[in-house]
Design a protein around this ligand. Structure first.
Ligand SMILES: [Fe+2]
Length: 219
């Protein structure tokens, strides 16, 4: 391992595997966290090592070749790190929208009411073709921040200038198939029970560094 590159590690789940039941099964959580997320990290570390070696060797063709893999696996690490933190057990205080007073105010201002926001978010999630993610994002609008619903394909993360991901929903089959089979609409409906509104509020009130702090903790 080059001394110049970071070796990322799997951030621990902030709750037990079965904490999100009955909405997300312990089996899904264990595989999703320990196998899928770990694989992105393992691949990312290997790619960053190759990148460091290629940089040292001034091997530009290889550097270009490595880019798409780095984007995919770093995106997978970023997205899943944010995702675990933006979920919470259904019975917890964090899973109640009252934990996000400022954010809810902005959501109502933007979409009219909470129901219309959820409908718009669900429509965006169900419109994703293939694998991807749906996000609620705070966008720096100059005078005033805006809230927008975004979808990203594969493991593309929300890292645009002035963008802060508030919470995301994983729409890869590995996130729901073992429990919901092809019932994407049911998964999308049920996941609202385990959204961590306290984390959402913190990300909404904070900046990019606050949203991405979990990544610093896993270096
Ligand atoms: Fe995933």
């Amino acid at each position: 391992m080059s001394p110049f590159i970071t070796n990322y590690t799997l951030p621990p789940l902030p709750y037990s595997y079965n904490a999100l039941e009955p909405y997300i099964s312990a089996q899904i959580m264990e595989l999703h966290h320990d196998k899928h997320h770990q694989t992105y990290i393992t691949n990312l570390n290997a790619l960053l090592q190759s990148q460091a070696e290629s940089t040292q060797a001034s091997d530009i063709p290889t550097l270009v070749y490595l880019q798409s893999g780095i984007r995919f696996n770093a995106g997978g690490h970023i997205n899943h790190s944010l995702f675990w933190q933006n979920l919470a057990p259904a019975q917890s205080a964090e899973a109640k929208t009252s934990a996000a007073p400022k954010l809810m105010e902005k959501i109502k201002q933007t979409w009219g009411d909470e129901t219309k926001f959820r409908e718009a978010f669900n429509t965006a999630l169900l419109g994703i073709q293939g694998s991807g993610w749906g996000w609620l994002v705070k966008v720096d609008g100059g005078k005033e921040d805006r809230l927008v619903i975004m979808t990203t394909k594969d493991q593309d993360p929300v890292v645009g200038k002035g963008e802060v991901p508030i919470f995301g929903v994983d729409m890869w089959e590995h996130a729901y198939y073992l429990q919901y089979l092809n019932g994407r609409a049911a998964y999308v409906e049920k996941i609202w029970n385990v959204i961590n509104w306290k984390t959402a509020e913190e990300r909404y009130l904070g900046g990019r560094e606050d949203a991405f702090k979990v990544l610093k903790a896993s270096m």
